[in-house]
Unconditional design. Sequence first.
Lengths: 149, 149, 149, 149, 149, 149, 149, 149
Amino acid sequence: MTLKVYLSGEIHTGWREEIIDGAAGLDVSFSAPVTDHDASDDCGVAILGAEDKKFWHDNLGAKINAIRTRKGIEDADVVVVRFGEKYKQWNAAFDAGYAAALGKSLIVLHGDDHQHALKEVDAAALAVCQEPRKVAQILQYVLTGNLPG
Amino acid sequence: MTLKVYLSGEIHTGWREEIIDGAAGLDVSFSAPVTDHDASDDCGVAILGAEDKKFWHDNLGAKINAIRTRKGIEDADVVVVRFGEKYKQWNAAFDAGYAAALGKSLIVLHGDDHQHALKEVDAAALAVCQEPRKVAQILQYVLTGNLPG
Amino acid sequence: MTLKVYLSGEIHTGWREEIIDGAAGLDVSFSAPVTDHDASDDCGVAILGAEDKKFWHDNLGAKINAIRTRKGIEDADVVVVRFGEKYKQWNAAFDAGYAAALGKSLIVLHGDDHQHALKEVDAAALAVCQEPRKVAQILQYVLTGNLPG
Amino acid sequence: MTLKVYLSGEIHTGWREEIIDGAAGLDVSFSAPVTDHDASDDCGVAILGAEDKKFWHDNLGAKINAIRTRKGIEDADVVVVRFGEKYKQWNAAFDAGYAAALGKSLIVLHGDDHQHALKEVDAAALAVCQEPRKVAQILQYVLTGNLPG
Amino acid sequence: MTLKVYLSGEIHTGWREEIIDGAAGLDVSFSAPVTDHDASDDCGVAILGAEDKKFWHDNLGAKINAIRTRKGIEDADVVVVRFGEKYKQWNAAFDAGYAAALGKSLIVLHGDDHQHALKEVDAAALAVCQEPRKVAQILQYVLTGNLPG
Amino acid sequence: MTLKVYLSGEIHTGWREEIIDGAAGLDVSFSAPVTDHDASDDCGVAILGAEDKKFWHDNLGAKINAIRTRKGIEDADVVVVRFGEKYKQWNAAFDAGYAAALGKSLIVLHGDDHQHALKEVDAAALAVCQEPRKVAQILQYVLTGNLPG
Amino acid sequence: MTLKVYLSGEIHTGWREEIIDGAAGLDVSFSAPVTDHDASDDCGVAILGAEDKKFWHDNLGAKINAIRTRKGIEDADVVVVRFGEKYKQWNAAFDAGYAAALGKSLIVLHGDDHQHALKEVDAAALAVCQEPRKVAQILQYVLTGNLPG
Amino acid sequence: MTLKVYLSGEIHTGWREEIIDGAAGLDVSFSAPVTDHDASDDCGVAILGAEDKKFWHDNLGAKINAIRTRKGIEDADVVVVRFGEKYKQWNAAFDAGYAAALGKSLIVLHGDDHQHALKEVDAAALAVCQEPRKVAQILQYVLTGNLPG
């Protein structure tokens, strides 16, 4: 059983690597959005040409990123969504809603201070974690039945 | 043709009434989440009994609210999601993702300052508006073919 | 918004009436399986003719009952499943799994002594109640936003 | 043709091994839930931290187990559900209902004494067996056309 | 609960009327194919113009009839398929397969002499009857819980 | 049986009225896109504000029109697509493909000179007509079994 | 591109081998039902034990065969259904209807004398052939673009 | 992550090769319709025998081509549709609508002069390009996060 896991959300810390390292040796296939912030913001105009309005600049890019995001979520068995300390991160919540509507197993990862604001997202999840290594432990248990420690 | 419209998101201003008033006389059936903030926050423990941990207090409530939210989105032809000035509003973005995955026609409503942060949500929408009356104008056009003024 | 609610499970106490009475005045449309135990057990052979083997006697009946059960669950927005004190009630758990796979909003109703044995069923639910009147309170809140007195 | 078979239900006897041994040499890919009873019961708190209430202790675990269970059932061509002599086994019936709603080919495995109580589950099955070796014979026939003996 | 019932198959005897009469007073909505044999055979060329080849003559008609047949089956809760004494009736078996794949509740109606030849169709059904009045009795039981006599 | 019919395509002749008149007295519910060419072209900027680029001017409008178009096609039992003498009419062919993928019953209406160019569209249809009155005759036959003349 | 092809229907002549031979060298993966008539008829009782009534004897077998048939059809890109000269072959027409409802590409194979009786089945097909080698030619063209001779 | 890309539309220039060359080294699996114009037009009669009427000549061929087209689109993650300078190309728009209804990521490729006529098709796309190398750049970015030059 290969578990396909999509890692959505915050792109400014190394949480994805922590999970991937923690899952070393397990039969997991990871995917993720483009995590280069500048490339992600500007991919639309870099390929298709400049736009005067910021709205269309962003729109071109967001739609190209959606090709990768949708593929990642639709192919996944498990979607992990990480909310960091900063920014609005509405795309993360959007991905969580998208994954929930498709019936994907959802794992949400966030600090305690976001607990109340994320209650609707957490309520759709099969696990809510505060640390990336917990996600790796879940993947290990799901695939092998082995618990940490 | 009756158009079923679900009004998701911000609950602290009268934007829903503005749309409903603007759509007076049209064949639209509106639905919405519970917009009483306190009731929405506490419905879980008010019905099912107190929880010591805030996480479970919120979890009980969010799941009961989900009964209404899912029904509203799944029955809708059009889902309007409003992002206000304040708060994280991750539930609004979650609803937008949920609606998008189900193939609903999505209209997003927000001020200009949120434009960049909402680019992924906007990119999934069939219209992005800054004022509620624009949503009413869209509903009028969709149902009657008549444009404003 | 009419809420379609299917009342599955235990057929030996008046819990359905309690919920229906508690929801008086609400825009709810209830459905349920045939709750006459003897008719439900014997409907197959009563219509299609006797069978020597108990397995086929039961099989004929269970399949005819499935016409009603499937219709009720597939049409429902909310599926309430009640586990009583006695019997195996595997059909109740089967209905809960069937409803969960279809993405229905699931409410489970059972006493405390069944808590551990029903943990997988409860984990798929949006609410777990111990008393029928709690279900009626949930329906009232979902439809009107009003919490119990 | 590789047949994907999920083995759900009772975890206290060696029925899974009997089927897997009996299907040796066939193009079958088996999956199953975690069958270590203690790990399965406690996985939630072992990873995510202790809960005071038994309900939430169980809820955390059941949801993590659901990641594996749903993956197994949703990927499967055939879902075999075994009901043993003891316990309520509502999770087994829940899995059967879940599989039936997804249109999976269902095989139910139980002793004669449970026949009447399982009539609704059996009625949704393509085969009802009393012994694990019968399941292996069915898999052999389905894949090769060869009948036993 | 209104039950939508599509009556497919044989068009040379009055079995549809028998069922409809037997279900008088029940909340059932019946539909059926065009049962005028000549109109059904010739509708294509009568509307769209003559064809030299019998294959295209029949093809034009069968496709127009499919508009009604598909609508009837797709809207139905229950599909009843009747096999008469004569003719190949492959369209009846086709409708049964179509209904089965859509997860409709299937009732098959045929005489004893067709039992072996219809075993695959019967195996997909929730009831197999020999007489139209049995179908009416099933509909009565499903809707009211009342058994005959 | 009410038949829901969506009338897609060419907006410069009175073919819709011809079909609607021809179907007078039948239980048909018709819907259609906005057929005011100017309103349809400019609805986006009329409501949401001017765009410098023609591409975005058109994009805003096409997405608002898609709210109506998708609702019409998704609700329909039958989608009629008319190709006129002039223009590229790629939106008509797009609607036909959209309807085909959703399994709608498709009727295509066009003159003989477009036959070869429309062969892929026609091949997905249940009827291909040259005159609107033929579509009305098909609807009459499908609903009543009566043939013309 | 591997094309998955399911070969349904008549089991008394070598038409499957003709197609498989004709498709030698192409990237096709074939599957089929069990074609040993006796094994297919008796598999139920051979594995699960004798039944007194012919109906249940056949029912046990047909349901076990359905495990293979459904898997074959649901996995297929193309379903070929062959109607031979003899027997009712209702299972073949049932498979065709099942495949059509799932949106599979259907190829029907039969002699001229069955043309009228199979008109509804043929009308759902993308090709109707009289000889197995024509099916192989279609597969060759679909995969390589090369036409015969 | 292998990206499956279907290249639909215009068959008279080398745009497919340009994209395939531009995507060299990327994990992309391309598919496409038969691009031999004559074979594509005549495949029906070449295999199944001559037809007197052009309509049926074309119909036979279009349905055989649909076997490949549907397989390509349904398996794809991304559908690229190219509109050339000449011809009606309704099959290209039909494919775009088909892909959109299935929720595929759509990329449209056309020159500026077709912009207004393709506005509905473009509005359903995640990217609109004027040159094939832009499509290759999008594929590169989606798979690697690398932007051109």
